[in-house]
Design a protein around this ligand. Structure first.
Ligand code: KG4
Length: 338
């Protein structure tokens, strides 16, 4: 009989459900919430309400696309944290209710581990996956970390942001340029036709492998403020160059620490994950870096960079195979506690 893992993701503003059968992806349904665009950021209250509306149809559709009935689900894997508590509560409660109703095991998944383990989403059994240990540059709207993954359950954060995440730097700078939320993809698009050397923004001097992006944000803001005094149309006239220079600076900051991390933790495989790993410049820079270092690069499909339940089901499958089940009394957590 097949092992069918139903994955459920609801940590932020995407409601997603996926089915992995015997280790291979059968469906991955994502309902993104457009309601936040008007507010320039995710509104937690609206996010949890939208999850309530979406979760039943999204799970039903994931089962339908996978071609299985709910009675054929072997175990349910759900994102327990970190994320927005109200959002997490919806997925957690739904997963618990369904597991109790079907009398099947429940597996809790750390959202950040799931991003890292997204490289284990196989479409065919023979699809290649990274070898442990590998290093992952995990860059999203809420996190910027360098993680050494020694096994699916043994992950060490060797560097992390001390203030803003890389995605926040993209989004906040895009916001002051008047671009829609989330700004990262807009910066990416504009950067493709801009000059990355047109403007210089300050880079942090943080010891060790930690990141900082708040200084860059301020430097970007001051550049706009100073130039707007001379030219009220400065942003419109320099949109592509501003985007390209911002993106290049963020990539320099990310790659500098990744290089130091590889010196300290020599591994043969380097992966990227999280929403910012969809960025064309980041993908090219990591691929190029790995080529020069003779290390194998793992660049995820764009569909698996932003929040999705396929990665939750993939991470849950590892835990299922090693009998790591979750007690029904466990609550979600908003910050990283495990
Ligand atoms: O992982 P994610 O979907 O959500 C969490 O934060 O957990 O990441 C969202 C972030 C946003 O900051 C968004 O602007 C950024 O990923 N992002 C990008 C691109 N696509 C998404 N940033 C730069 N370039 C992109 N193409």
């Amino acid at each position: 009989m097949s092992v069918n893992i139903l994955g459920i993701e609801s940590s932020c503003d995407d409601t997603s459900a996926a089915v992995i059968s015997d280790g291979c992806l059968r469906s991955n349904v994502i309902a993104s919430q457009k309601v936040h665009e008007a507010y320039g950021g995710v509104v937690p209250e609206l996010a949890s309400r939208a999850h309530q509306q979406n979760i039943v149809p999204v799970v039903s559709e994931a089962l339908r696309q996978a071609g299985i009935d709910k009675s054929e689900v072997t175990a349910i894997a759900f994102t327990r944290g970190p994320g927005l508590l109200g959002s997490l509560l919806v997925g957690t409660s739904f997963a618990k209710g369904m597991a109790v109703g079907l009398d099947i095991p429940l597996v809790d998944v750390n959202h950040l581990h799931a991003h890292i383990l997204s490289h284990f989403i196989r479409k065919q059994p023979e699809d290649p996956v990274p070898d442990f240990p590998f290093m992952c540059l995990l860059v999203s709207g809420g996190n910027s970390q360098i993680v050494v993954a020694r096994s699916p359950y043994d992950m060490e954060i060797v560097g992390k942001t001390i203030d803003d995440a890389a995605g926040e730097a993209f989004d906040k700078c895009a916001k002051v340029m008047g671009l829609p939320y989330p700004g990262g993809p807009h910066i990416d698009r504009l950067a493709a036709v801009g000059n990355p050397k047109a403007f210089r923004f300050s880079k942090p001097h943080i010891p060790g492998l930690d990141y900082s992006f708040s200084g860059l944000k301020t430097s970007f803001l001051y550049t706009l403020r100073d130039n707007l005094r001379e030219d009220p149309d400065f942003i419109r006239n320099n949109e592509a160059d501003l985007a390209a220079s911002l993106q290049a600076t963020i990539i320099d900051i990310l790659m500098d620490k990744l290089g130091q991390a590889l010196d300290r933790y020599p591994v043969e495989h380097i992966a990227i994950g999280g929403g910012v790993s969809a960025n064309s410049g980041v993908r090219d820079a990591v691929a190029d870096f790995c080529r020069r270092k003779g290390v194998r690069a793992w660049i995820p499909e764009r569909a698996f960079t932003t929040d999705n339940a396929a990665m939750v089901a993939a991470a849950g499958y590892f835990k299922y195979l090693s009998n790591q089940f979750c007690d029904l009394s466990l609550p979600p957590y908003s910050r990283v506690t495990v």
